[in-house]
Design a protein around this ligand. Structure first.
Ligand code: CA
Length: 221
């Protein structure tokens, strides 16, 4: 399947030129001319890479970059007319993967896109499917951050630390009670149900939490 590239650029001629080159390279392209519209659309585009102009009407490219980065590892190439912005773009709080200064050659942009996609593919092949950040209490599945309640985090982090091991409801209850004292058996089942829903959104078609009849639950991804 060919990669999908989202291009956010407010100069219509430049946006069309870039989209032509991207399509000629065999990718699909979606173009947005306005920052706010782009930010609304990006969660639904399922992009493999974003090309963001820095100066945009509505929401600027840096804000889009930071907003996307809060929940996604999608590669981002920033385009800027100001070379003095570059350090900030690639810095930790913005989190862009690469940049080009205007004026740039669309051919060069496509070469960068190709290189970044190749790198992203190689690293997603070697990255573990689930990454638990205990300090930040965040869990990523296939690079996508899950939006978890504290109890869901506690349960999933514990299960993910011991893949293949069966967790009884009593043990899950103990874990959950570390957060609050009024968790019941039934509540455990509903936490598991919610976790399954969130996991299957991040890893479609994969059953990560298995019910083991009479024993409890087992995590495997
Ligand atoms: Ca611009």
């Amino acid at each position: 399947m060919s990669a999908h590239i989202v291009i956010v650029e407010d100069e219509p001629e430049l946006a069309a030129l870039v989209a032509d080159y991207v399509r000629a390279a065999g990718y699909s392209a979606a173009v947005f001319h306005d920052g706010g519209a782009a930010l609304d659309a990006i969660p639904h585009e399922n992009a493999d890479l974003l090309v963001l102009d820095l100066m945009l009407p509505g929401v600027d490219g840096l804000t889009i970059c930071k907003t996307v980065r809060a929940t996604s590892n999608v590669p981002i190439v920033m385009v800027t007319a100001r070379v003095e912005e570059v350090d900030r773009l690639l810095g930790l709080d913005a989190g862009a993967d690469d940049y080009l200064c205007k004026p740039f050659s669309p051919r060069e942009l496509v070469a960068r896109i190709r290189a970044i996609l190749r790198r992203a593919q190689a690293s997603s092949a070697s990255a573990p499917p689930i990454q638990v950040d205990t300090a930040a209490r965040r869990i990523r599945v296939h690079g996508q951050q899950l939006d978890l309640t504290p109890t869901e985090f506690t349960i999933l982090a514990a299960m993910a630390a011991h893949p293949g091991q069966v967790f009884s409801r009593a043990r899950l209850l103990d874990l959950a009670n570390g957060d609050s004292l009024d968790v019941t058996d039934r509540a455990i089942d509903s936490h598991i149900k919610n976790l399954r829903r969130k996991l299957s959104a991040a890893a479609p078609g994969v059953e990560a939490i298995h019910s083991i009849y009479g024993l409890g639950y087992r995590f495997d991804l």
